[in-house]
Design a protein around this ligand. Structure first.
Ligand code: XMP
Length: 396
């Protein structure tokens, strides 16, 4: 009944999350017994497998503090001066943020993995963890040194196409100059790209190309992959090498998080889902009677004008091609309220699958216990709300 993942993904289709549906498994445990902790990098484990995207309308210090307090982690964008980005790292690293704080927090974090209240993500000194994105140009070496000095936990080498000599050279530079730093490479979507970055020493891989809500890369450049296929194929290879995968982009709801994790990712990165929250940078404005905040692609003309072209252009070009759009998203309230709802919904998804944790879910997928199918257009329509005159949309 249904297909194994090997068979479904072996057919040459670029599936994305909405194309797929899992068959339910057998339940013999409560949803609150589900442990969602996941490996962010070779060395860093998060109780909450969610990280916020290094985008200038998503993650600055306020978002990074809230993410780490919720057991996830935030990645600071670098569309800013070195001093400003380093200042944000220092702001997240103040002791003052950790409640209950210090080493107690670490001890509790290890002891309470299965409690419904996720423990904050703390470093060895009991400070909140934080990551930062950088580019792969010569001048980024000084940025990396300053971030390392300020105590950053992980660096993202930020590129829309990370399978490049620019990236492997920078990875090797960091490993030689700052061996304690965890380095996340990407973005990639295939197992051969993964092989080159893992061979070069990547501590984690960021997966996704063109799946983001603000992305136009697939239309502009004709390269990329459906996000479910990208996560499955990269994670299958990376898992065999012990390297974790971050599923980046395209997450619209808790079901997508369940799919990303069960298909092999250990953490999920969100841009649009977390944009528009109180903790995201920027002010709310009123538009057609709705409170909204700005959300923009880092490859949009607007963001590149502020300096982010390094992610999208590997060399200096006089004509700039946009690979993203800028716009607005609705006010979503506080991320501190959203994350508990999101986590509870994901736990219920895992319970329906019959999987107690990420390892269990991924083993079941790999050995064919979990069955899945491709949804037709009509099946997708059926799976959404239908035949209602009006209804209240879910608000976190
Ligand atoms: P979501 O769907 O969560 O996606 O909003 C966030 C991810 O999208 C990527 N990103 C871009 N991709 N053009 C692109 O093609 C862009 O301008 C752009 N900006 C961000 C990035 O990986 C982010 O985490």
């Amino acid at each position: 009944d249904g297909f194994s993942a090997t068979r479904l993904f072996g057919q040459g289709f670029s599936y994305t999350y909405d194309d797929l549906i899992f068959h339910p498994g057998h339940i013999d445990f409560g949803a609150n017994q589900v442990d969602l902790s996941g490996q962010l990098t070779r060395e860093i484990v998060l109780c909450t497998p969610l990280v916020s995207s290094p985008m200038d309308t998503v993650t600055e210090a306020g978002m990074a503090v809230a993410m780490a307090e919720a057991g996830g982690m935030g990645f600071l964008h670098y569309n800013t001066s070195v001093e400003e980005q380093v200042g944000m790292v220092r702001e997240v690293k103040l002791q003052a943020h950790t409640s209950p704080g210090g080493m107690n927090g670490i001890l509790q974090g290890h002891a309470a993995q299965t409690s419904s209240q996720p423990q904050p993500s703390l470093d060895a000194l009991g400070r909140l963890r934080v990551g930062a994105a950088v580019g792969t140009r010569e001048e980024d070496k000084q940025r990396i040194a300053a971030l390392a000095d300020a105590g950053v936990d992980a660096i993202i080498l930020d590129s829309s196409q990370g399978d490049s000599t620019f990236q492997t050279a920078m990875l090797q530079h960091i490993k030689a100059s700052h061996p304690a730093l965890q380095v996340i490479c990407g973005n990639i979507v295939t197992s051969s790209q993964a092989r080159r970055l893992i061979d070069a020493g990547a501590d984690a891989l960021r997966v996704g190309m063109g799946s983001g809500s603000i992305c136009t890369t697939q239309e502009v450049c004709a390269v990329g992959r459906g996000q479910a296929a990208a996560v499955y194929h990269v994670a299958r290879y990376a898992r065999s090498k012990g390297v974790p995968v971050i599923a980046d982009g395209g997450i619209q709801n808790s079901g997508h998080v369940v799919k990303a994790l069960a298909l092999g990712a250990s953490t999920v990165m969100c841009g649009s889902l977390f944009a528009g929250t109180f903790e995201a940078p920027g002010e709310y404005v009123e538009m057609n009677g709705q409170r909204v905040k700005k959300y923009r692609g880092m490859g949009s003309l607007e963001a590149m004008a502020k300096g982010s072209e390094a992610r999208y252009l590997n060399d200096v070009q006089s004509i700039k091609i946009a690979q993203g759009v800028s716009g607005t998203v609705k006010d979503k309230g506080s991320i501190r309220k959203m994350i508990p709802f999101l986590l509870q919904a994901v736990k219920q998804g895992f319970q329906d699958l019959g999987a107690r944790d990420l390892h269990d879910a991924q083993e079941r997928l790999a050995n064919g216990t979990t069955r899945l199918e491709c949804r037709t257009g009509a099946a997708q329509a059926e799976g959404n709300v239908h035949d209602m005159y009006s209804y209240e949309k879910v608000r976190w």
